[in-house]
Design a protein around this ligand. Structure first.
Ligand SMILES: Cc1cc2nc3c(=O)[nH]c(=O)nc-3n(C[C@H](O)[C@H](O)[C@H](O)COP(=O)(O)OP(=O)(O)OC[C@H]3O[C@@H](n4cnc5c(N)ncnc54)[C@H](O)[C@@H]3O)c2cc1C
Ligand code: FES
Length: 283
């Protein structure tokens, strides 16, 4: 029997689902609040971190916190139904219980982004982790220069946060550029992969940082385009996904060349990623 007072790091805290919003054809955003009132009020996290989200008896999955730390009292997770745990979470409704442990991982370097032009470049559900930082920036708008959000998805039905894209568009000094691989009849924006947007709008490296998230292949081509536009490796920031178990640097599942994505990441600069051995095929 353990006689120390330390809490077992694997034990999650109970939370209640406050609302469920369908975002795209296969993703939903869950707004949750810790059941313990003190924890709900005092809980702190940073933009870019993730939590292990679980249903008792089913399992747990690492999920990025998509809400912004600037909006307090609740947490939001945008989840794609893709297997055992995420399908079970999708079956939950308002008032049901979810269990959370975390927050885990590093975060987007907010202080370093202040005073910079920001390019947010996302593919599909990759907008979820960026949304946390985007809303942090929007809530402290004067601390940052021009913001461009370039967002691509397979079809209009795959786009997440449609309402919020409209809100961001109307914020001064903020542009939103959208593209899809396969449009529907009503589609009025660009067609093609997200790098096609380079033809529609300028992407300048001066005093700028690009923050990228999406499937590995998308990150790879976006990084190439950013490099071609003159961005230095340190000014390209990305958030990576790896198979995870513990989320706390113990099991080794997320190891890339001696780095643990769960504790050293998930946020890395391109400079860090390009130092990984080629055989790791990170992007
Ligand atoms: C740091 C981090 C942040 C994440 N943030 C989000 C998020 O915000 N929203 C979201 O929907 N998902 C996110 N994911 C992915 C999510 O964790 C997996 O989709 C989930 O663990 C799948 O669990 P499952 O039991 O539902 O599926 P399983 O039944 O385990 O698997 C179903 C399918 O998903 C694949 N899969 C399982 N785990 C992963 C993984 N880690 N990465 C890629 N594919 C996987 C399997 O190969 C299989 O094809 C994140 C992953 C990481 C590592
Ligand atoms: S998930 Fe266990 S070490 Fe990273």
């Amino acid at each position: 029997m353990c006689t120390c007072n330390k809490k077992n790091e694997y034990i999650p805290y109970p939370a209640k689902i406050e609302s469920v919003k369908k975002e795209s054809f296969d993703t939903k955003t869950f707004r949750v609040r810790f059941t313990d009132k003190n924890l709900a009020e005092s809980f702190q996290y940073k933009q870019g971190q993730f939590m292990e989200v679980s249903i008792l008896g089913v399992g747990e999955a690492p999920i990025s916190i998509t809400s912004s730390p600037s909006r307090k009292g609740f947490l939001e997770f945008n989840i794609r139904a893709t297997g055992k745990v995420t399908d079970a979470i999708h079956a939950l409704k308002k008032g049901d219980a979810l269990y959370l442990r975390g927050p885990y991982g590093n975060s987007f370097p907010l202080e370093e982004l202040k005073g910079k032009n920001l390019y947010f470049i996302a593919g599909g559900i990759g907008l979820a982790p960026l949304r946390s930082l985007i809303n942090m920036v929007m809530d402290n708008r004067d601390d940052f220069k021009h913001v461009k959000i370039l967002y691509g998805a397979k079809t209009p039905a795959d786009m997440c946060f449609a309402d919020e894209l409209e809100v961001w568009k109307k914020i001064p000094d903020t542009e939103v550029w959208l593209t899809v691989d396969k449009p529907c009849d009503a589609w009025g924006c660009s067609i093609g992969v997200v790098t096609e947007l380079w033809k529609e709008t300028d992407v300048h490296p001066e005093n700028a940082v690009a923050i990228v998230c999406g499937p590995a292949i998308m990150i790879k081509f976006v990084t190439l385009a950013l490099k071609k536009s003159g961005f230095a490796g340190k000014d390209i920031i990305m958030t990576l996904e790896r198979y995870m178990k513990c989320g706390i640097g113990k099991c080794g599942h997320c190891n890339i060349a001696g780095k643990f994505v769960c504790t050293d990441g998930p946020v890395f600069s391109y400079e860090q990623v390009k130092a990984f051995p080629e055989k790791e095929h990170v992007i």
